[in-house]
Design a protein around this ligand. Structure first.
Ligand code: GMT
Length: 377
């Protein structure tokens, strides 16, 4: 049975937007009709799909209102699309604002449509601690027909911080294996970036928010550089960029740190890389870990949130405590100086993505959930 599914997410660059867009794409490839109800076209939808539709939410600024009414405009658009497209189901990403908007949209449409909400992290680990938002987050969770979270750690945190009367199902993130796969390094690109043959390449990708602890990435890299020629690729941009740039110049590392800004074709950069660092203090999953591992690149991550559900310490990568630069540098050194060990870790990383996070099985889990809700009706 083919479904008509409405998807709402923040369509901009960021893990939740990527996962929502990829989910829509793969569901469409299985024949479902997908209706994105978002402010912009999700950025990963870069080709024409006959059964993917984009309904733009326009948010106007009125001089009498202090803030643009995004949530109301979204709920209004959701109501319109539920009725006009005869949707079977809504799948929204984030408890606030999107689950709450979906509930309001459903009421405006006077519909009994089922709502699935996926929690990605920031709505719980950051906003969940703001008492002015807790009740709304709990409402969004409890009034959804089904709630999923991208890791078991996020479920535990949600239960702890929000205490909803609702069971939450873990459904892990996934990547498109056709894009993220082991491929030969692009030598001309390596040259263009000024990476010498003997250089080891370390990479970090994030939105440079303080939770990502990008300065720790630079500190680990500085220690590693004492032992081997290496380049650090910093991909992304965000509020901590100025601090990171300052630290790089303070350590006299300008000649070996490449600030690449926001990039679309990360797979080409993973293909050049030997190691990925994700040293966050909060991380409900860490999609970049999966992307890197699918390209055969081992990772070092911190012992927080969902990271240890992706990285098995000393098997497919390394886990360190937040801020433990010494241990991270030691792990990186061990990995990058022992070829046989590196090879084993790289193969385990590939195997992990194939066996535990394969898109086929994750998409099936979502479909199973959708059909089980629709059977309840
Ligand atoms: O990491 C971010 O700051 C972006 C954020 C988002 O909403 O896109 O990412 C969250 O969702 C991703 C997809 O599920 C997860 O891989 C990230 O771990 C999670 N970020 C945090 O928990 C900080």
């Amino acid at each position: 049975m083919k479904l008509k599914i409405g998807i709402t997410c923040y369509p901009t660059v960021g893990g939740s937007g990527v996962v929502a867009a990829e989910l829509g794409k793969l569901l469409a490839e299985k024949g479902h009709d997908i209706h994105f109800i978002t402010t912009d076209r999700p950025f990963r939808l870069n080709r024409m799909y006959p059964n993917i539709y984009f309904h733009q939410v326009d948010v106007n600024q009125y001089s009498v209102f202090q803030h643009p009414p995004y949530e109301i405009a979204l709920a209004n658009k959701i109501a319109e699309i539920i009725k006009r497209e005869q949707l079977d189901l809504l799948h929204v990403h984030y408890a606030i604002p999107h689950a709450v908007c979906a509930i309001l949209g459903k009421q405006i449409a006077r519909s009994d449509i089922k709502i699935v909400t996926t929690l990605h992290g920031t709505d719980i680990t950051v906003l969940g601690h703001d008492p002015s938002l807790t009740a709304a987050i709990r409402f969004g969770i409890e009034e959804s027909d089904a709630v999923t979270a991208v890791s078991r750690a996020l479920i535990a945190q949600t239960m702890d911080v929000i205490q909803p009367q609702k069971s939450i199902q873990p459904i892990y993130n996934f990547i498109d294996e056709r894009v993220y796969r082991k491929r030969p390094a692009n030598d001309p690109l390596r040259k263009e970036l000024g990476i010498a043959e003997e250089d080891k390449v370390i990479m970090h990708v994030s939105n440079f928010r303080s939770v990502k602890r990008v300065p720790d990435v630079v500190r680990v890299f500085r220690k590693l550089r004492e032992h081997m020629p290496a380049k650090l690729l910093l991909v992304g941009d965000g509020p901590e960029m100025t601090i990171v740039c300052k630290l790089v110049s303070e350590f006299n590392l300008e000649h070996c740190v490449l600030f690449l800004g926001k990039q679309d074709n990360l797979e080409e950069l993973y293909a050049l890389s030997d190691l990925v660092l994700l040293l966050s203090e909060k991380e409900s999953f860490g999609l970049v870990l999966l992307e890197a591992m699918a390209c055969g690149v081992p990772c070092i991550g911190t012992n927080v949130g969902g990271i240890p559900e992706v990285i098995e310490n000393e098997k497919n990568g390394f886990i360190s405590e937040v801020g433990d630069i010494e241990s991270m540098a030691k792990q990186a050194l061990q990995l990058l100086t022992d070829d046989a060990f590196y090879q084993r870790m790289s193969e385990e990383a590939l195997k992990t993505v194939e066996t535990r996070f394969h898109s086929d099985s994750i998409i099936c889990e979502y479909e199973k959930l959708y059909f089980s809700l629709l059977q309840e009706q």
